[in-house]
Design a protein around this ligand. Structure first.
Ligand SMILES: Cc1cc2nc3c(=O)[nH]c(=O)nc-3n(C[C@H](O)[C@H](O)[C@H](O)COP(=O)(O)OP(=O)(O)OC[C@H]3O[C@@H](n4cnc5c(N)ncnc54)[C@H](O)[C@@H]3O)c2cc1C
Ligand SMILES: *[C@@H]1O[C@H](CO)[C@@H](O)[C@H](O)[C@H]1NC(C)=O
Ligand SMILES: *[C@@H]1O[C@H](CO)[C@@H](O)[C@H](O)[C@H]1NC(C)=O
Ligand SMILES: *[C@@H]1O[C@H](CO)[C@@H](O)[C@H](O)[C@H]1NC(C)=O
Ligand SMILES: *[C@@H]1O[C@H](CO)[C@@H](O)[C@H](O)[C@H]1NC(C)=O
Ligand SMILES: *[C@@H]1O[C@H](CO)[C@@H](O)[C@H](O)[C@H]1NC(C)=O
Ligand SMILES: *[C@@H]1O[C@H](CO)[C@@H](O)[C@H](O)[C@H]1NC(C)=O
Ligand SMILES: *[C@@H]1O[C@H](CO)[C@@H](O)[C@H](O)[C@H]1NC(C)=O
Ligand SMILES: *[C@@H]1O[C@H](CO)[C@@H](O)[C@H](O)[C@H]1NC(C)=O
Ligand SMILES: *[C@@H]1O[C@H](CO)[C@@H](O)[C@H](O)[C@H]1NC(C)=O
Ligand SMILES: *[C@@H]1O[C@H](CO)[C@@H](O)[C@H](O)[C@H]1NC(C)=O
Ligand SMILES: *[C@@H]1O[C@H](CO)[C@@H](O)[C@H](O)[C@H]1NC(C)=O
Ligand SMILES: *[C@@H]1O[C@H](CO)[C@@H](O)[C@H](O)[C@H]1NC(C)=O
Length: 651
């Protein structure tokens, strides 16, 4: 894969005309700076504390920063903290500095930054660069073939410092190709990434980006559906290698005493589930195998196959270690920085700082029963009867989530007046096969009465990991012919047949129009740790529904924009009309969602916005649809097809 190339890139970042160790000056690109050579070792102090993971013991302290002032840069405070920053209008700082600007750091400054980081700075090479003539030092036909063939595999993108899994939002400026004469440009890939393995590196990057007015991006796995982990011209903090996992047999806080796990921000679902299985506990994480649990997933709230039973992933969090926009490394918990703790659990990724690790409560091992089946229109099953069959399911949504069930199902148009329904899977934690059979018997009897024949496959597993691994295959990423939007339909729509029929009819109409309906029958149970910033719409839902529009892979931008706007303003309006005060899940959402503040954050928005001004007065952190993002825009965008390929500027 392209992954081995980045180490090389860091080493050849530039040509240095003098050897630092013996010199008191460095010259790069004809720019010379006087340095105290001893300060150009990695800027780090070791802080010992048994509660800290190894990366957390390596910190940037005031004493370390004080030493850096012996580097005679024009701005010696380039790496300094930003204590007691007073509230300013961040917009007065103008657009974030962009490569080529007068104010953009010189190659020499990047070089010094890399030395202070302990040489973990990576100059971006687009993942698909080996396919292109215009990247002669990368061009490699065999590598290009491997990258092309693996492009839909999430592991490929996770191992790359800047690649993201939904290239539409990168601008599709360097897709795998068999035409090497095409052009490959960075697009929305950040210019540089820091491959972090210590808190000190995060602190340095945060301070540098803030002091130099650079755009800052945080990339963990790159799963984000809306390009939140990309940004043109940016410096990126890549948290992928923060993967420590520590078991805490007896965590003790005001609200919880018991077993917990502490995980680095880079830990992915399959890793924490594997660890949990061997520890004999159950962790609340998502269904996607390679999603980063402590990164964007948890920051958005995090829904899980266990959410109907135990709540959102954010509801399990006991404390978070985080580098805040001032560069300081702090703990956020109910006891320390409780307001920050509230905001980090639901307010969205890359908003209040860089999360380093998360400590979450765990549960005992529990058995899980899982069922899959499908049915479709055929010569024996008319579309009218098909829809009656789907409608019978809707009658049980509240009952099933009350029983702790999570179900992931789909209804799609497969041809003229042809449809299929897929249950993949019906996931029943803490239930036996016979309990599940008894639970669904009334529904299945109605399907049988309609003449709909199903052949359920049902299995019981002794723990969560085995049930999850067997039933959630690795999903396809990297494609550019799909856009999704979503809605958290409120349980109150199930109060009577009139409102339920209106809900069902709105969904049915959008599927008839060609939308793919991918939905979760799920509830977000509450516990005594649910006082967090998770979208309040989650608490009242029994249906998290996604609607997707697809276009031909060869479609031009005009066609994509049309499809996109039809989804946002026509199809989704039908859903909003029947759920006017509800919301949508920010992490599986339409980037163009109208009034996103209400939809993604609900009544929490004002408090989150105030918290954002307090912790990030200079708007160092930005993501599309993030808290406060309405104050910024990306230049050069096509309406209906927003990307992160442009300058970030104040409105
Ligand atoms: C295949 C697939 C399956 C999914 N399954 C589920 C699911 O079951 N449940 C669910 O709730 N969601 C699911 N999602 C959505 C998922 O929660 C979001 O895509 C989420 O943003 C991914 O977070 P990440 O850290 O892995 O990805 P990234 O794209 O790397 O990051 C996402 C956002 O979080 C920020 N971020 C990441 N790490 C940090 C950090 N350490 N500190 C601060 N900010 C950070 C990034 O800047 C970005 O804004 C799925 C997505 C995909 C593509
Ligand atoms: C450095 O200076 C030399 C001589 O003035 C000049 O030829 C060269 O282009 C300069 N290099 C850069 C990178 O500015
Ligand atoms: C380098 O810094 C150290 C520590 O601050 C100081 O003792 C030493 O004199 C400095 N050396 C030079 C050449 O400036
Ligand atoms: C500052 O630099 C001096 C000289 O190199 C070194 O001895 C000292 O450990 C440094 N202090 C810190 C906190 O890094
Ligand atoms: C910031 O404020 C705190 C508390 O008022 C004070 O102790 C600290 O010295 C201040 N820091 C700076 C750099 O002014
Ligand atoms: C994916 O990449 C791996 C190694 O990086 C390679 O062995 C494999 O053949 C690739 N898969 C495809 C389908 O090309
Ligand atoms: C590549 O970029 C160059 C320079 O901008 C341009 O002239 C050329 O037409 C581009 N080629 C393609 C295939 O787009
Ligand atoms: C937890 O902390 C409380 C208050 O400090 C204390 O009373 C209690 O004994 C502790 N419990 C455990 C199991 O350590
Ligand atoms: C339709 O029903 C007939 C009779 O029950 C059966 O033989 C046939 O296989 C069914 N066809 C389909 C497509 O289900
Ligand atoms: C799991 O099921 C058992 C037996 O029905 C029950 O006692 C227990 O409370 C359930 N656990 C949860 C978390 O619902
Ligand atoms: C049905 O429920 C909706 C939503 O809760 C409510 O607004 C409406 O008044 C109810 N209608 C009837 C006929 O009960
Ligand atoms: C709701 O829809 C069902 C099935 O289509 C129908 O039988 C019922 O009469 C409808 N109820 C109302 C109140 O519209
Ligand atoms: C884009 O594609 C559509 C459908 O093929 C076609 O009608 C339209 O003319 C194209 N527009 C442009 C600008 O090429």
């Amino acid at each position: 894969m392209g992954v081995s190339s980045y180490a090389r890139v860091a080493a050849s970042l530039l040509t240095v005309s003098s050897v630092i160790a013996q010199s008191s000056t460095i010259t790069v690109d004809n720019q010379t700076v006087a340095v105290n050579a001893s300060t150009l070792s990695p800027a780090v102090a070791i802080v010992s504390d048994e509660d800290l993971s190894a990366p957390e013991t390596l910190q940037l302290t005031d004493a370390v920063v004080a030493n850096l002032t012996s580097i005679d840069l024009a701005n010696a405070s380039l790496f300094a903290f930003d204590d007691n920053a007073t509230s300013i209008d961040a917009r007065s700082l103008g657009c974030k500095v962009f490569p080529g600007d007068q104010a953009y750091p010189s190659t020499l400054v990047w070089y010094i930054f890399d030395l202070l980081l302990g040489q973990s700075l990576i100059k971006t090479v687009p993942l698909a660069a080996p396919c292109y003539n215009d990247w002669p030092s990368e061009e490699n036909a065999a590598l290009c073939t491997t990258i092309t063939n693996n492009w839909t595999d999430s592991y490929l993108h996770e191992e790359d410092p800047t690649s993201i899994m939904w290239p539409l939002y990168q601008g599709r400026t360097c897709m795998p190709t068999d035409d090497p004469t095409a052009n490959c440009t960075l697009g929305a890939y950040p210019s540089y990434a820091v491959n972090v393995s210590s808190v000190a590196q995060i602190q340095l990057a945060v301070n540098f980006a803030r002091n130099a007015n650079l755009r800052l991006v945080v990339k963990n796995t790159g799963h984000d559906f809306n390009g939140k982990s990309a940004g043109a011209g940016a410096l990126s903090i890549w948290t992928h290698h923060l993967r420590d996992i520590t078991y805490i047999p007896e965590y003790n806080s005001t609200i919880y005493t018991g077993k917990a796990v502490k995980m680095g921000a880079g830990v992915r679902a399959f890793e924490i589930y594997t660890a949990a299985q061997s520890l004999g506990v159950t962790v609340v994480g998502g269904e996607g195998r390679t999603v980063g649990v402590g990164g964007g997933f948890l920051a958005g709230g995090g829904h899980s196959p266990l959410s109907s039973l135990y709540g959102m992933a954010a509801d399990q969090v006991l404390s978070i270690e985080v580098v805040t926009p001032d560069g300081r490394f702090v703990t956020a918990s109910l006891e320390e920085n409780p307001d920050l703790f509230w905001g980090l659990r639901g307010g969205g990724g890359s908003t209040f700082g860089v999360v380093v690790s998360v400590t979450a409560r765990v549960y005992p091992v529990l058995p899980v029963t899982v069922m899959t089946f499908s049915f479709a229109t055929s010569t024996n099953l008319t579309s009218t009867t098909f829809w009656e069959g789907v409608r019978t399911y809707f009658d049980y949504f509240v009952e099933y989530t009350d029983a702790g069930i999570y179900a992931y199902f789909s209804t799609i148009l497969t041809g003229a007046d042809s449809y299929s329904f897929g249950m993949a899977p019906f996931f029943a934690p803490n239930k036996t096969v016979s309990e599940v059979e008894a639970l669904v018997a009334p529904w299945f009897d109605r399907l049988a009465a309609l003449g709909i024949t199903i052949t359920p496959v049902i299995n019981e597993y002794s723990d969560f990991y085995d049930a999850w691994w067997a039933n959630f295959p690795l999903e396809t990423v990297g494609i550019t012919n799909i856009k999704t939007a979503s809605r958290l339909f409120p349980k109150s729509n199930w109060a009577n047949d009139t409102s339920l029929n209106a809900t069902f009819d709105a969904i049915k109409t959008t599927v008839e129009l060609g939308g793919s309906f991918l939905a979760f029958n799920i509830a977000a149970a509450e516990n005594d740790n649910s006082d967090n910033s998770v979208n309040p719409a989650w608490r009242g839902t029994c249906l998290h529904a996604i609607l997707a529009t697809l276009w031909d892979s060869s479609a031009n931008d005009t066609t994509i924009v049309e499809a996109s706007e039809t989804l946002t303003y026509d199809w989704m309006q039908k859903w909003r009309d029947v759920s006017p005060n509800a919301g949508a899940y920010m992490s599986e959402a339409d980037i163009s969602e109208p009034n996103f503040q209400q939809a993604f954050y609900g009544t929490n928005y004002d408090r989150l916005y105030a918290l954002k001004q307090q912790y990030d007065p200079k708007s160092l952190f930005y993501t599309p649809t993030g808290v406060g993002s309405e104050n910024w825009y990306i230049t050069g965008q096509l309406t209906g097809l927003p990307t992160q390929n442009g300058r970030l500027c104040p409105v």
